[in-house]
Design a protein around this ligand. Sequence first.
Ligand code: GLN
Length: 259
Amino acid sequence: MEKKNKILSITLVLAMLIGTVALSGCTQEDENKIIIGTSADFPPFEFKAANQTIVGFDIDLIKKILTDQGYTVEVQDIGFDSLIPSLQTDKIDVIAAAMTITDERLLEVDFSNPYYDANQAVLVKVDSGVNITKIQDLKNYTIGAQTGTTGWAWVNDTLVATGNLSEDKFRSYELYTDAVADLIIGPSRVGAVVIDSPVAQAFAKSGDVRIVLNITTNENYGFAVKKGNTELLAKINTGLAGVKATAYWEDLIEKYFTT
Ligand code: GLN
């Protein structure tokens, strides 16, 4: 009886050992896989194609950088405001979301070298009667921006905090696509949207909305990794420099920013 028990426990230990080896095999495979977090509401940097796959300048670029270095990648669509918390809790490995490098964010994440420049712009609906020619005109309308963005911070700091826009006229959106959809419904919803200039240009291509004002903020986009993930960051920076030195970079700009 005792002998049987012994054999049983040896068998169990062996089974557990085999299990552990099999599992660590899995983990190693996963180590080669990078999860890219984005907020797919920001054309041409990240958006959903007709078949719902996530595409865009950032997505092509980071995929190229990582796959060239032997990684496999997966893209996850997460609200912009949840991207940094997701990175900090290891749900994602890198943020590719036209994210501006700011001092505030640098306290929470590490950024790659800059890969694109932007400013802010004000979008209104075409033929809506909204009359904005200078910053001071914004106070006459409900203004929309996406929570957690530099556009949102600009409205908050420059207009709301200074008393130049009443708080009830500042509308926060989880997604910029929803902000622009409201803009198209009309000024009763939202009169103007403050948004990154290259994205404003992309939305204006529809012909439904147009840019009435540019606001110089001198922003640079970077890819973000978890603080201290120097290995991945170095690979991204090397890859970025490499891609910029090839025709792939010009082709990418042509693909997403011309037409
Ligand atoms: N560049 C802006 C920021 O970092 C907006 C980014 C976005 O909405 N995806 O806040």
